[in-house]
Design a protein around this ligand. Structure first.
Ligand SMILES: Cc1cc2nc3c(=O)[nH]c(=O)nc-3n(C[C@H](O)[C@H](O)[C@H](O)COP(=O)(O)O)c2cc1C
Length: 246
């Protein structure tokens, strides 16, 4: 096997990738998108099946999807926090409700909730958003549906037949793709938030019924916005290493 690479600084490089949440409108050339997808495909895969597909949304398709998501989010927003009447109204306005991946909206298990709360709190503090300021929080969340201004949004679908193994393969693919993008000066952010309205994406791309939407990934050149200076905390290995039975 050829070993003509310099892997010495890999850990530093991997650690320097951070989610980008504000992009310049600068277009990303098609060849570059293909190169990062090719890098994604160097990841390991369950029996080498690559049980996932990618929809690349850019230009008019990207803009149409963003507009559709924003209008649906607007409907969901108005149905929230209004008690039972609000929820019923939201149900009636079915269009705003998720057409897939209800899991995205589920409350976090108590094992995981503190970590999720911590990232939310620290990110909002960095952005100067008060946790009681619902409009500001909704506005920040809505940026997901503008893909944070990124000119390209990738939608990743996994093959239903392989369940969690397909999701694992897609995750490995994503990480290689994101590191490749990072090596080229591009920013990325994985987006579970866009995984709730699969039907809208199906209207734009030929997608088999055997695939279901996992998440989106926005890709583009990072702006100098304050949000891109945010550094999410990283837990130490001891927090995930299991103790031996005594
Ligand atoms: C599958 C997946 C979905 C995510 N969804 C979102 C999202 O919808 N919006 C968002 O702002 N960040 C999202 N993130 C980014 C995480 O919040 C981020 O990776 C985490 O806080 C660690 O920060 P870092 O990526 O800067 O290291 C997602 C990450 C993953 C892996």
């Amino acid at each position: 096997m050829k070993r003509d690479f310099d892997a010495e600084n890999f850990n530093t490089f991997a650690a320097s990738r951070r989610s980008t949440r504000d992009f310049l409108p600068t277009p990303v050339p098609d060849e570059v998108i293909e190169e990062i997808i090719a890098a994604g495909l160097t990841s390991p895969s369950w029996s080498n099946t690559r049980p996932f597909v990618v929809a690349v949304a850019k230009g008019e398709v990207r803009d149409r999807l963003s507009a559709e998501f924003l209008s649906r989010f607007e409907l969901v927003k108005t149905g929230q926090g209004e008690g039972i009447i609000g929820k019923i109204k939201a149900l009636i306005r079915r269009k705003g409700l998720p057409t897939s991946n209800w899991l995205v909206l589920k409350k976090y298990h108590k094992d995981l909730l503190p970590r999720s709360q911590r990232i939310g709190k620290e990110l909002f503090t960095q952005m100067g958003i008060d946790r009681d300021d619902k409009d500001a929080r909704d506005g920040f969340w809505a940026r997901n549906y503008e893909f944070f201004g990124a000119p390209v949004e990738l939608f990743l679908f996994t093959h239903k037949s392989l369940g969690k193994f397909a999701a694992s393969d897609a995750g490995l693919f994503m990480q290689n793709l994101m590191l490749s993008a990072h090596s080229k000066g591009l920013g990325t952010c994985a987006q579970g938030s866009v995984a709730v309205w699969e039907d809208a994406i199906r209207k734009e791309f030929e997608i088999s019924k055997n695939h279901s939407l996992l998440c989106g990934i926005c890709v583009g050149y990072p702006s100098k916005s304050q949000v891109n200076k945010f550094e999410a905390n990283r837990i130490s290995p001891s927090e995930i290493m299991l103790p031996k039975k005594s």
